[in-house]
Write a protein that binds this ligand. Structure first.
Ligand code: ATP
Ligand code: MG
Length: 457
């Protein structure tokens, strides 16, 4: 019956000795914990600690959550009785659930992770948690008991992917089992307590059809994007942080080619079957074994890719990516952090400089101009909504300058009473050169789309 209880007299055995960083944080945490003490949080963390003393952790693996729940429920009852806590049935149930979350999951983060309306979770110290819903940030009532509790959850997340976080490596990227992207920074780099940022993995990836439905991309423009991909144009998606670059990149391609993806932290959700995914690796404790995006791009060329997709270019790999685009791997794509299409090109130019290859500015630009065909700019506008705001085409070089022409743009005309952005998409009137290529690939696009008077509401 008592599968998970330890034999008597063995309590305390498995409580881990706190690490140096934890001990340091304990003092920080305990000093700060006076602030918003919440009885429920205290109780569940206390009960969780008590359970760690009482139960045999290795038995948990072979039991279902329901089985564990029954037994944990009984232990919780006993402990509550001992401590004279009067809780009603609903409160007790919630407590057992929360204790289970502590024991089996990521504690206070669990309800936020389960809530499908939340897209980002931002923890700024143990008692200050924000979430993003429908494009806007709001404070969440969720709290950790203290810094130490938060740090324990962070350790649990990063150790699951074989990484660690402590004074000597206080910043870490990780991923949750469901694919959500995680970044954690702990003291001393994080001044007011550990910082945890989670970009949740959308359970249902946002498809092109969905982007059209929610008004991020007008239907006709999505058709143009489709034709651009089908006719193997090389695409750079540019946007600010959290503007929807990765999402658009994922929605972009849906066909049956062999795609090799390269990412620092895998988060692309491509819809097709034939995807070979690669992810970089940070250096180990001795500073060895690092594999960069650059090396992965070079390796990808030997994997017979039809297209190469780099999740986001940040440094020297931009050079290898352009090389790949220029040497027959057309139809490749990447994203870059920039606020306009023009900026995106300058960023890529800077990145070529970071590759350590000494190239005159003009040659770098010529590389860019011949490799990249289309720049798609996305943005998160002031109302929190994400939109495609510009689609531009590179046309070559004039002197030392890359020439580019905008084909579609979003023009903001005002703000509604409730803060919504009012505006419309419009064609600039320029007939893109990629049309010709599209036709060669059997893609038919009405040339009406590109007339200057064309508006998409
Ligand atoms: N068009 C959209 N409409 C609504 N939500 C979106 C849209 N595009 C992306 N999102 C959501 O916004 C969040 C950020 O998207 P995404 O990760 O694609 O942005 P990003 O620009 O790649 O961010 P980062 O700069 O962090 O790499 C995600 O939770 C995603 O589901
Ligand atoms: Mg991204």
């Amino acid at each position: 019956m008592w599968q998970i209880r330890k034999p008597q007299g063995h309590a305390n055995e498995e409580r881990p000795t706190p690490s140096l960083a934890e001990r340091q944080l304990m003092s920080v945490g305990d000093a700060g914990a006076f602030a918003k003490r919440d009885v429920h949080t205290d109780l569940k963390v206390e009960l969780h600690q008590r359970l760690l003393d009482l139960i045999n952790l290795s038995a948990l693996d072979s039991m279902s959550r329901e089985q564990i729940k029954d037994e944990v429920g009984e232990i919780v009852e006993e402990e509550l009785a001992k401590q004279n806590h009067a809780l009603n049935l609903a409160e007790r149930r919630r407590l057992v659930d929360d204790v289970l979350d502590e024991l089996l999951g990521l504690g206070p983060l669990e309800p936020l992770l389960k809530d499908a309306t939340i897209t980002d979770i931002l923890v700024n110290g143990h008692d200050n948690v924000f979430v993003e819903r429908f494009g806007s940030l709001e404070q969440s009532p969720v709290r950790f008991k203290d810094e130490r509790h938060l740090l324990r959850i962070i350790q649990k997340i990063v150790s699951a992917v074989g990484r660690r976080v402590d004074e000597s490596s206080p910043m870490v990227d990780a991923r949750l089992a469901d694919g959500s992207r995680v970044n954690a920074v702990v003291p001393p780099l994080a001044i007011d307590g550990s910082l945890l940022s989670i970009r949740k993995f959308a359970k249902v990836p946002i498809s092109m059809a969905r982007l059209v439905e929610i008004g991020s991309i007008p239907e006709p423009v999505s058709e143009v994007l489709r034709a651009i991909v089908a006719s193997r144009r090389n695409v750079l998606i540019s946007g600010g942080t959290g503007s929807g670059k990765t999402t658009l990149l994922s929605a972009f391609i849906d066909n049956r080619e062999r795609i090799v993806t390269i990412e620092d932290s895998a988060e692309l959700q491509l819809q097709q079957e034939h995807v070979a995914r690669l992810e970089t690796r940070p250096a180990n404790i001795e500073g060895r074994g690092e594999i960069t995006q650059r090396e992965l791009v070079k390796n990808a060329l030997r994997m017979r890719p039809d297209r190469i997709i780099v999740g986001e270019v940040r440094a020297g790999e931009a050079f290898d990516m352009l090389q790949a685009m220029n040497t027959g791997h057309d139809g490749s794509m990447t994203t870059v952090h920039a606020n306009t299409a023009r900026d995106a090109l300058s960023r890529v130019e800077q990145m070529i400089g970071m590759s350590g290859i000494d190239m005159p500015a003009r040659s770098s630009r010529a590389q860019i101009a011949s490799a990249i065909n289309v720049v798609v700019q996305v943005a998160r506008l002031s109302d929190g909504r994400r939109r495609l705001v510009s689609l531009a085409e590179l046309t070559g070089m004039e002197g030392d300058v890359i020439t580019m022409q905008e084909i579609f743009r979003f023009r903001q005309t005002g703000i509604s009473a409730d803060g919504g952005v009012i505006g419309r998409f419009e064609a600039t009137g320029i007939r893109p050169r990629f049309l010709e290529q599209a036709v060669a690939y059997g893609q038919t696009l009405s040339s009406d789309l590109f007339r200057p008077e064309t508006r998409f509401e």
